[in-house]
Design a protein around this ligand. Structure first.
Ligand code: HEC
Length: 314
């Protein structure tokens, strides 16, 4: 018999079913969301890594980039520097040093050299304060400051200024020395130290530089000219049957082109007739010449030599 209590139980069971059903659906929806989000994320992974995480410059396809070649640089010879003269402070040198300081150094070392420039505020260690002479890394001596400017103290935030001329670096030092009267004197020992380290009194030379591509083109062009020359001379010798010189050459050579190529690769044969005869008779086969040249008179050697000399001079 179904009583009141049973009815209630049934209702509770129904409710339980509804609730369970709801939770089931809930899990399905959660899983669906995970799957959908996951898919769209995977789809975008490519864009994420290429566009967002790696800076554009690195992500760029470098293989497609056209060659970045060396620039054309005219060679320079840096004149020898007379250190003894250069280290003597004059108002003119100090003024030049000041101008250089204002363009290159003020941002870190400050307008009064106190190491309080705007760009230096965040640096640790801070830029050197030139009004104090203690606690320097390389030191306030002339040779030490020169070393600092030439090589930098890069690990501590002070760059190398080796792109400046030696005189410019010295002018900078002379200006910095005006921030304090106690800088050590620049004596002969200081000068010798700098000269020994950077051989300034000898001067140095930087050769010309051209782009690799340009060098390649030049070599190709030269090779082409050389090949063309060999072709033309060979053609003349084969065609100038009426020329005495050409006729003799055809007699001494079994492979005209090979002989001409050999001649083109060695310029000293054309110094005199003897040098030419010697060139032909040493290792003749490799040069396309007949092994024995018994039928050729000395007069004929003279004619063929003169003929070739003219041909090659064209
Ligand atoms: C980007 C900031 C910055 C600029 C620009 C800069 N310096 Fe420095 N400089 C520093 C820092 C930082 C130090 C301290 C390095 C250390 O403690 O070893 C320093 C140190 C020095 C020292 C002392 C080295 C020593 O022995 O302690 C000299 C000299 C010097 N700088 C000269 C110059 C000159 C000259 C210029 C301009 C041509 C210049 N600096 C430009 C940051 C700078």
């Amino acid at each position: 018999m179904i009583g009141q209590n049973d009815n209630i139980n049934l209702e509770v069971n129904d409710k339980k079913k509804v609730i369970l059903g709801f939770y089931g659906l809930f899990y399905v929806v959660i899983i669906l969301i995970i799957v959908v989000v996951g898919y769209s994320y995977l789809g975008k992974l490519e864009t994420f890594s290429r566009g967002d995480l790696i800076p554009a410059t690195l992500a760029a396809d470098t293989t497609a980039k056209t060659n970045v070649d060396l620039p054309v640089v005219k060679g320079t010879t840096t004149a020898p520097v007379d250190l003894v003269k250069e280290v003597v402070s004059t108002p003119d040198k100090v003024a030049k040093g000041k101008t250089l300081f204002e363009t290159n150094c003020v941002s870190c070392h400050g307008p009064e050299g106190k190491g309080d420039g705007v760009a230096g505020k965040t640096l640790n260690p801070p830029p050197r304060n030139f009004t104090a002479l203690t606690g320097w890394t390389n030191g306030p001596a002339f040779s030490s400051m020169y070393k600092t400017l030439q090589e930098g103290i890069t690990a501590r935030g002070m760059a190398s200024y080796n792109s400046l001329l030696p005189e410019e670096r010295i002018n900078l030092i002379l200006y910095i020395r005006t921030f304090n009267t106690g800088f050590p004197v620049i004596d002969q020992k200081e000068i010798s130290t700098v000269d020994a380290a950077y051989s300034l009194s000898k001067g140095f030379k930087l050769p010309n530089q051209i782009p690799v591509k340009m060098a390649e083109d030049k070599i190709l062009e030269e090779t082409k000219t050389a090949t063309e020359k060999v072709e033309n001379i060979t053609k003349s010798i084969l065609n100038d049957k009426n020329e005495k010189g050409a006729a003799i050459f055809n007699k001494i050579s079994f492979d005209v082109k090979r002989s001409v190529t050999a001649l083109a690769g060695y310029t000293k044969w054309n110094e005199n007739e003897n040098a030419f005869v010697k060139f032909v008779s040493v290792n003749p086969v490799a040069k396309g010449f007949n092994v024995s040249q018994t039928g050729i008179t000395s007069e004929e050697w003279g004619i063929v030599f003169q003929y070739l000399k003219n041909l090659f001079a064209k």
